[in-house]
Structure formats: C-alpha cells, structure tokens
Design a protein around this ligand. Structure first.
Ligand code: FES
Ligand SMILES: [Fe+2]
Length: 317
C-alpha cells in the first residue's frame, strides 16, 4: 500500500515483475513505488513507468493493482476480480469522522486463529461472564439471563442484548462513577465478510435506556472490529475504541483503549487455544441458544463463499 503525492492510497501486488522482490521493500518516489532491487518504478495503477538504464518500457511489464477505497479512517481493498468491486458494500462508520463526539484510538494485531473464530466470539456474548470477569464482564447471572434478540440482515446479522437492572462491571464504574445498578445494552452487527460494529453502554436504572431508547448521560462506547483472514490459521484484527463519555479528556480515551486492549488480549488467548484444539480434531461441535447469531453469520458466510465459487472469473482472494 502506498500514497501518492495527493494522499490517495494505492494497493499493488507485493512482487516486482522483474525478479520478484517484494515491492514493500522499495521506496516511494514522486507518485511511484521504486523497487528496492534494481530500481524499476511502478505507478499507482501498477504500470511500470521507468527502468534504470533502459529507455523502452514494455507495456506488459506491470504488477496487479487492486481497487481500494479509503473511508472513515479505514482502507478497504478488493482482492477479487476488479470489475466486481462494489463500493456500496463497504460498511459505513461515520463515528470515526466525528472526533469530538467519538474520540478514539485504534489497534492492529495478528491473531493465530481462523478469522471466523473472532467473528464467533463477538456474536456469543455469554463469554463475557467467564473470559472477561476482571474487565468488562460484570454480573455473570445477568449475562446468561440477558434478554436478547437476533435479526438476520441482508449482509449478516444484528444482535441486541439487554442486561437490565444489573451490577455494572468495574470498568464502567471507574469510567463514569455509577453508584448503583444499571440497564446495560450491547448491540452488535456483523456485516459479511469481516466487520462487526459494536455499540455498548449503560445508564442508571430509571434513566430510560430500555424504555425510551435513551443513550445519553451514562457510559457508551463504540467499537469497529475489522477481521481480515490472512491464512487458514491466522488473521489480522483491527479495532478502534470510540469513547462516548468524558470526550474532552484525552486521558479517558487512552484509558478506554488500555481496558479494551486488556479485554481483547483475554479473547486472543482463548481464540488461539480454541483454534489449535479445533484444528487438531475437527469433530462436530454443538450449538446452544446463545449461538443463534453466530449460526446466522456462519450461514451467510457460507452462502457468499458458495456464490463466489460459482462465479467463473473469480480471481484469488
Ligand atoms: S527485482 Fe525489482 S527491479 Fe529487479
Ligand atoms: Fe470477548
């Protein structure tokens, strides 16, 4: 990935078409990427534009370039056949553009697990009571007894959970100083193939969070989860923690980031262990009531994979 002088992003194959060196080892010079081996340069469309010591540039010398859009602080690359790229399918995340209302910090890491396990994890929130006891977990009974609804969407699934009249978790209390019990909401939307949009928060009981849909005056946070498969055994996990309370205090956004990083480290340990176990013995597993959203997401992904496999000119992926 590289930017031209106007700041537009370009994504090209990471392999020089001369002797195959990864172009990511090169450098960017005046809107081109110059290979780090013999100095051949390519423009943002992947066309070779200069060969040191040779005047003629054969038009066939090029590397593949990929359709890309940059939106809401996210870069979306289409790895399939170029003519099938459809920017309308890019999930929108306007909160990233509203730094006054949603100041945020971002994170990226590689996880040693299949990307689907990360999606699964985000769609069965009963794990909070067990995996996140010390961070965002809170009342274990409230999690298992939570009221929840699941709704299939054209590109995935939406999951809504309410922990009514529950004890707030330590992180919520530290953030906004809850004195008593709260109504806590968790809203998750999976958008295939790899985005999960999260909106969670809590208000004091009686503030109308549940009854009137009030979301102001308590704790609130939004998280964008982007999960990109790398191999069958690894994936890239991108997330942003958008702070919806005490927005003018930069230290609060940093604190939120620290708590989320600790929370997702708890998930990472589980997911990597689960991956090893599932890979070593891929026997059937059982689903429970709380798997409903996960099952819909899995079906949606399988549907899309089947559709892609049926497309004659699908390239790579
Ligand atoms: S390998 Fe890139 S210029 Fe030779
Ligand atoms: Fe988790």
């Amino acid at each position: 990935m590289f930017r031209d002088s106007r700041g537009s992003i370009a994504v090209v194959e990471d392999r020089c078409c001369h002797r195959g060196l990864p172009l990511s080892l090169g450098r960017i010079v005046a809107d081109t990427i110059v290979c780090g081996y013999h100095g051949i340069s390519y423009n943002t469309a992947g066309r070779c534009v200069a060969i040191p010591g040779q005047r003629h540039v054969p038009p066939a010398m090029r590397v593949r370039s990929y359709p890309v859009v940059e939106r809401d602080e996210l870069i979306w690359v289409w790895m399939g056949a170029s003519e099938e790229a459809d920017t309308a399918l890019v999930p929108s995340y306007p909160y990233h553009d509203d730094r006054a209302r949603w100041p945020h910090r971002t994170h990226w890491q590689v996880l040693r697990c299949a990307h689907t396990l990360v999606i699964d994890n985000l769609l069965d929130l009963t794990h909070l009571a067990f995996v996140h006891k010390r961070t965002i977990g809170g009342d274990p009974d409230a999690h298992t007894n939570a009221e929840f609804s699941v709704e299939a969407t054209p590109r995935g699934v939406r999951l809504m959970r309410w922990l009514l009249d529950s004890v707030p978790p330590p992180t919520y209390v530290n953030a906004v100083g809850f004195k008593g019990r709260v109504d806590r909401w968790m809203e998750f939307e999976f958008i295939a193939p790899g985005a999960v949009l999260q909106f969670t928060g809590a208000l004091d009981v009686g503030q109308g969070a549940y009854e009137q849909g009030n979301r102001e005056g308590g704790f609130a946070l939004r998280i964008f989860h982007g999960i990109t498969p790398e191999t069958a055994d690894t994936c890239h996990y991108f997330w942003s923690g958008c702070n919806g309370y005490r927005q003018s205090e930069a230290a609060v956004t940093d604190q939120l980031y620290t708590v989320l990083a600790a929370t997702f480290a708890e998930d990472a340990a589980i997911l990597e262990a689960q991956h090893v176990s599932v890979r070593s013995r891929p026997a059937p597993l059982f689903s429970t009531t709380h798997d409903r959203a996960r099952v819909i997401a899995e079906r949606k992904l399988q549907e899309l994979l089947a559709a892609e496999a049926g497309t004659a000119h699908t390239v790579g992926g």
